[in-house]
Design a protein around this ligand. Sequence first.
Ligand code: PNS
Length: 171
Amino acid sequence: MVQQEYRFIRRKERLAVYPGSFDPVTNGHIDIIERSLKFIDKLIVSVTHHPTKKPLFSFKERMEMLQGVFRDRKEIVIEYFDGLLVDYLEKKGVFLVIRGLRAVSDFDYEFQMVLTNRRMLPRIETIFLTPKEEYLYLSSSAVKEIARLNGPVERFVPEIVAEKLREKHRS
Ligand code: PNS
């Protein structure tokens, strides 16, 4: 009886934001995105600046790569924001954040980010997901280094991204 009543309650869409520099998106990011969609309905992948990293790709290029990878996926939205993550979240009315946690080396930065953001916007909750073992040590920086030295980037990124990396280093 109780179960029957539940069927008529309209479930609200569960939304989350996955912020990052995605310079460029790697198979590790993709793994985190797919994992998050097991428990949320729609993911907003939000490209932004990392305060200390000089990007190889422009915002437009980073977004185009993500859009290419997730073409035809209605549950994945690609956006960009400038400024504080907390301001962006407040503007969107989304308070769930997804982040990937790989090795212990990520922990300090992530912990600081969560706690600082929470001081500014207490409603935020962050869910950390760990990628497949083979992506634990994969990073955009490592991929860029491999590309710069003409290594086999296609093992670590989708073909669209591998091609963009080759293009960058040809010019
Ligand atoms: O993929 P990254 O580079 O590890 O992502 C880090 C990022 C971009 C999510 C973080 O630097 C960020 O949220 N930048 C937006 C500016 C901001 O809110 N800074 C305060 C962090 S405590």
